[in-house]
Design a protein. Sequence first.
Length: 273
Amino acid sequence: EVDPSLEALESRQEEILKRLYELKSAVDGLSKMIQTPDADLDVTNIIQTDEYSSLTTSGADLDLMLGKDYGALKDIVINANPSLPPLSLLVLHSLLCERYKILSAIHTHSSVKKVPEKLLKCFGEQTKKQLRHEYQLGFTLIWKDVPKPQMKFSIQTMCPIEGEGNIARFLFSLFGQKYNAVTSTLIDSWVDTTIFQLKEGSSKEKGAVLRAMNAALGKTPWLVGNELTVADIVAWCALQQTGSANAAPAHVQKWMKSCENLAPFSSVLKLLK
């Protein structure tokens, strides 16, 4: 028979090790927040959620794509201006929550006086709290007075990424989809065209993009082939923000409805109402 005192000692040792691991995770998280200048202590709103549906990809895949970082949660920090919210990044956040277990947070930087309530809750309401190390990815959105969205990831080894299109490409890459050179080029081309012509271009440029989209969508259900890509996400969001959705031609209208049948798009659509 096992000595009861020995069992008690082993149980106590396991509990101590568990607490030490939790403490290390908390310290790692605090360290990253301190090293990130934009995650100030003067935030006015903090919302966290761990909502996700099926977890179909293991943490090992993230390790492969983002590099191993033992004992610390991988954190993505995005600065965005609430006057022009980056809708594509919100759609991608929802999609990522369907794949990974994400610790999400929203902060308001001191440079912003007021943020609409919908944007403060764009990640949903907090349902339950879990220990930091039980998540696979940290996703923090900071509403800040910046000219364009900025993203920091693994800030000790990587320069910040700027621009909604570039950040969207990075986030979509976390799904691990592989494309050939032609497909990748087409996707990149649509993202750039959407950002620089449909979203920021003249009325003539916008009309040309809509015609090109209509032609492409007359051949395939999505902008590039038979599956959803980051090009569809960025383009749909640009149409919503520029007010071009109602004037879009037939194939584009049909494609938009296909997007909106997916939960991440429909949830973002509510922010515009």
